[in-house]
Design a protein around this ligand. Structure first.
Ligand SMILES: C[S@@+](CC[C@H](N)C(=O)[O-])C[C@H]1O[C@@H](n2cnc3c(N)ncnc32)[C@H](O)[C@@H]1O
Length: 195
């Protein structure tokens, strides 16, 4: 285990990359292998000394769908999933980056976790951690508590909910229309443990 220089709290204000660094410091050991199945641009790993871990990144953009991973069972110490959970925009840049649009439904987003988490459980060694990023949303004027839906999916798979981090974004998004619910400035990172 890496020496922890600062106390790590449930609520973190700042960036994904610093939050991931905190979680890695707390839960991973030097030399651990990690499958990041939604690697994207690798932003999560920006603050990590990558020479200390074996990080294997894949993404649908480079031909690997996390619903059908090309790894044998229990290959990795830990795994990470950060699917497109934001239906926030239809801008081309965002669509290209996240493979999502505002026309994606909440059900379709949750389905990504339903189909992805069993694969992460399969490729992660018993006792290993599955880091799972998500965010609640309002869809069709109704609150959708995604982090609770994902907790239920994980428990049904037999995973243990070891920890939950709340990431508070520093940027204040503009409110474009009349507010009907509190605006969300936070997202979640579940740490599930495989049995
Ligand atoms: C929120 S971004 C991930 C950002 C990443 N964590 C980073 O640090 O850059 C979501 C990523 O999921 C990928 N993705 C969407 N559906 C996927 C699938 N079925 N299998 C694998 N990757 C997928 C997208 O291509 C996109 O890169």
């Amino acid at each position: 285990m890496i020496k922890i220089e600062e106390t790590i709290y449930t609520v973190h204000r700042g960036t994904n990359s610093r939050l991931i660094k905190n979680v890695v410091d707390l839960y991973f050991k030097q030399g651990d292998s990690i499958a990041d199945v939604t690697y994207g641009k690798g932003v999560f790993w920006k603050e990590i000394n990558k020479s200390l871990y074996k990080i294997v990144g894949s993404d649908i953009k480079t031909g690997t769908d996390f619903r059908h991973l090309p790894y044998t069972s229990s290959t990795f110490c830990h795994s990470v999933i950060d699917p497109p959970y934001a239906r926030i925009t239809n801008l081309k840049g965002m669509v290209d980056c996240y493979n999502t649009t505002r026309f994606t439904t909440h059900k379709e987003i949750i389905k990504l976790y339903e189909e992805g988490l069993p694969e992460l459980k399969r490729i992660t060694k018993p006792g290993g951690y599955i880091l799972c990023k998500c965010q609640d949303e309002v869809c069709g004027c109704r609150q959708k508590w995604s982090h609770i839906e994902i907790y239920d999916i994980a428990l049904n798979l037999g995973l243990y909910a070891k920890d939950l981090f709340i990431l508070v974004n520093d940027k204040m998004p503009k409110v474009l229309h009349k507010q009907q619910h509190a605006r969300k400035l936070h997202s979640y990172l579940w740490v599930f443990q495989n049995n």
